[in-house]
Design a protein around this ligand. Structure first.
Ligand code: ZN
Length: 426
């Protein structure tokens, strides 16, 4: 008898598993990832995929579907943050600063625990997908797996393992000297292959100094070393992001074959033209220096360092403005670390300041980010066939970008609702 019951339950479960789960999102306004706008829209989601989109009343709504009433909100695709370090985590211990925590003060399980908080805050800010460009040890792999399995709330992660770096960069935390360290073409080839072997989605290379309070931007790798990393990455079907604070390192990175250029200022006209021609993405990461300046006491930065950070921001915004005018593909990346998660999308406010329209800024954080990841067909848009990464914001981001950068109220990732703060309106 008992076994019969079990058999029936098994049959029922199988039947349930085979049934599609339908959800319906009704919203005041839909802004998709490609510039399209629908007032009073309905989105139908089947399991974790968008099934239909249209004007409310013109879309067939399946019987028994779960309905999400977002009629007071603007709905957009989940955001893509193309530059994070989710495993740079800090436990707020008195007497310590965030960067010190990378120097083995915490055990790996502790770092992973605090990383899960970074992941949750990122998701809460409307970011449903990140390209994580540099891990503490190899914890990006663990965090990615925990999120994939649904054990941890966080964005889907595209990981880069440990960034390749030269041995003499004094600004790199001590811990990082053991991973990704490579000098000379031969070592760069070996280190790139090792990263690929561990299952990374991207290769990351530090082509210049510059990080935290250091805005020096001196070139570290030679053109030949950069070319070696690019060619091994491409040979294995992977893309490569090169970190370059200064103009000279950036010029080399573009020449070497980087797919995306991180941070850079002072890009010359010839380099901008080459980026357009080769389709190299620019991820300017302006806002993280604003964040450091605002939280200088926490990070232990001096008044002089704050002045330098602010000077760098001006050069960064000017370079962004010129890159945008030149037609370079620009993608949102926060470079969030430690305490900066949750303000990921603030980067878009600088994009507006640099001359982008609100729709261009939205595209840079949705469809353009998806294209950078090679996932333009199923991420970064709200249309049939795309994964159901959908967010709702209070207000109209087409008129005021802060609706998107500061007032995210609801987040669905992969067809599952993770954030619901709609009650705040009442
Ligand atoms: Zn970074």
């Amino acid at each position: 008898m008992r076994s019969v019951t079990c058999f029936c339950v098994a049959l029922l479960l199988n039947a349930f598993a085979g049934m599609a789960q339908w959800q319906v999102v009704n919203c005041r306004r839909l802004v998709d990832g490609k510039g399209g706008v629908i007032e009073q829209a309905t989105i139908v989601v089947r399991d974790n995929v968008i099934h239909a989109v249209g004007k409310s009343g013109e879309v067939t709504v399946p019987k028994g579907a779960v309905v999400h009433d977002l009629n007071q909100f603007t709905v957009l695709p989940g955001l893509i943050d193309a530059h994070t370090h989710l495993s740079y985590a800090w436990d707020h211990m008195p007497g310590t600063t965030p960067w010190e925590s990378l120097e083995r003060i915490m055990s790996n399980p502790m770092v992973l625990f605090y990383s899960t908080r970074n992941a949750a805050r990122t998701l809460e800010s409307g970011v449903t997908c990140v390209r994580d460009l540099g891990s503490y040890e190899k914890l990006d792999t663990d965090l990615k797996q925990l999120i994939l399995r649904g054990e941890v709330a966080g964005p889907r992660m595209f990981i880069a393992g440990n960034g390749l770096h030269v041995s003499f960069d004094p600004y790199l935390p001590i811990n990082f000297r053991d991973f990704g360290k490579a000098d000379g073409v031969e070592e760069v080839i070996r280190a790139t292959r090792q990263q690929i072997m561990t299952g990374v989605d991207w290769i990351k290379m530090y082509g210049s100094t510059g990080s935290g309070n250091d805005v020096s931007g001196h070139q570290t790798y030679t053109l030949e070393e950069m070319q070696a990393a690019c060619s091994i990455a491409h040979q294995h079907g992977l893309r490569i992001a090169i970190h370059a604070y200064g103009g000279e390192a950036a010029r080399m990175a573009v020449q070497a074959g980087a797919n995306s250029l991180e941070h850079a200022v002072d890009l010359d006209d010839a380099t901008l033209a080459e980026m357009v021609r080769k389709g190299v993405y620019y991820v300017p990461t302006v806002d993280h220096n604003r964040y450091y300046a605002d939280h200088a006491a926490v990070y232990g930065y001096s008044k002089q360092e704050v002045i330098q950070l602010k000077e760098f921001i001006l050069r960064n915004v000017e370079t962004l403005r010129r890159a945008h005018e030149a037609g370079v593909k620009i993608v949102m990346g926060s470079d969030a670390v430690f305490t900066g998660f949750g303000e990921n999308a603030r980067e878009l406010e600088w994009f507006i300041e640099a001359g982008m329209t609100t729709q261009e800024a939205i595209r840079s954080a949705t469809s353009m980010g998806a294209e950078l990841l090679g996932r333009g067909a199923d991420l970064g848009n709200i249309a049939p066939g795309y994964l159901a990464d959908i967010i709702a914001v209070e207000g109209n981001p087409l008129e005021d970008i802060q609706a998107l950068t500061r007032r995210v109220r609801w987040v669905m990732k992969d067809g599952r609702v993770f954030v619901d703060k709609r009650t705040k309106l009442r």
